[in-house]
Design a protein around this ligand. Structure first.
Ligand SMILES: [Zn+2]
Length: 336
């Protein structure tokens, strides 16, 4: 699995409120996916030219040249030439947010910035092309619409999707399915909050462990001695619905835990069938799911699950399980 793409944020001239919105947007984007890791710090680069930054002095090119290992996501309050509001090449994206709150909100400025992150990510996922190649002229609500004004962009925020044609195009340009899915997760979020839905923010640093257990059984031991310490080794807190009674409130509790968790660890075997409902729920909400199973059950799991990553361990070897869990998260989700 390729490493995630690192992104640095650069801004200049923002008000305190705009900076706060940008910070919240960064945290939302990082909480929603792991393919693009946006640094928390907002760096300052004074942009030459101020108004019409693109027209005067080619400041976008200057910014783009500064992008080395990480991509640059640059934000300014100043307007561009030609009423463009975001431009991106394979290293750098420049966004103007100046008139959003006055002229176009709702959706909120924060949501608008999140949506523009999705645009930059799409450009960077399709390596070696600029937004000029990717966008289409027609406004159909796709994230790759070329919008002549921000009002058209609001349609895209409410539609929150990438059209099938663009998706195919992105695949041809070597965007990975994981990257596309990460961007779609951001778009789902934008759509929901643009419609006024409350979105429970996902908690990056915790994983919900889906399993059934009772005192001193195998699952309890696997959780205490394998999964929980393995996650702790990589800075993730393991959560579990500490309740063994099968009741409706328990299911509601589990559902809300699944929705608010970024990661799901599901301990599967061929006996506890309730787990498969919860697993389906988690997969349907595009959570990052990993399966855990004792080796002896591996061949007896439903064939639909054969494509999913399953961490197995010999019976009773919880130290091995702990190592596997830590290794898996370190390799796939380590934050740069
Ligand atoms: Zn499209």
């Amino acid at each position: 699995m390729p490493r995630s793409i690192g992104v640095q944020v650069v801004a200049d001239g923002l008000t305190a409120r705009e900076t706060e919105c940008l910070k919240r947007a960064i945290s939302a984007v990082n909480g929603l996916q792991s393919q693009f890791q946006v640094g928390d710090a907002i760096h300052k680069i004074a942009l030459p030219g101020k108004r019409n930054v693109l027209k005067e002095g080619a400041s976008f090119d200057a910014l783009s040249r500064r992008a080395r290992k990480d991509r640059l996501f640059c934000v300014t309050p100043w307007s561009f030439a030609g009423n463009d509001f975001q431009v991106a090449d394979q290293r750098c994206s420049l966004l103007t947010i100046g008139d959003w709150e006055e002229e176009y909100a709702p959706p909120s400025l924060q949501t608008f910035i999140v949506y523009q992150f999705a645009f930059a990510f799409l450009t960077w996922a399709a390596d070696n092309v600029s937004d000029k190649v990717l966008v289409h002229k027609k406004t159909i609500g796709c994230r790759m619409d070329y919008c002549r004004n921000k009002r058209e962009l609001k349609l895209g925020m409410l539609a929150g999707y990438i059209c099938p044609k663009c998706k195919g195009h992105l695949r041809q340009l070597d965007a990975t399915p994981a990257q596309i899915s990460a961007i779609e997760r951001i778009l789902d979020y934008v759509q929901a909050v643009s419609k006024g839905e409350d979105r429970v923010p996902e908690d990056w640093d915790s994983a919900f462990v889906v399993m059934r257990f009772s005192e001193d059984d195998e699952n309890q031991a696997a959780f205490e001695h394998g999964i929980k310490p393995g996650l702790r080794d990589v800075g993730i807190v393991a959560r579990r619905a500490d309740d063994v009674i099968e009741s409706r409130p328990l299911l509601e509790k589990i559902t809300s835990q699944i929705l608010s968790s970024r990661f799901i660890v599901a301990k599967v075997d061929a006996r506890r069938l309730n787990i498969y409902y919860e697993l389906g729920l988690a997969m349907g909400h595009r959570k990052d799911v990993v399966l855990v199973s004792e080796e002896k059950w591996t061949n007896r799991l439903p064939s639909d699950l054969s494509n999913w990553e399953c961490l197995t361990y010999p019976k009773g070897d919880y130290a091995a399980l702990r190592r596997k869990v830590a290794k898996f998260y370190r390799e796939n989700y380590a934050r740069g």
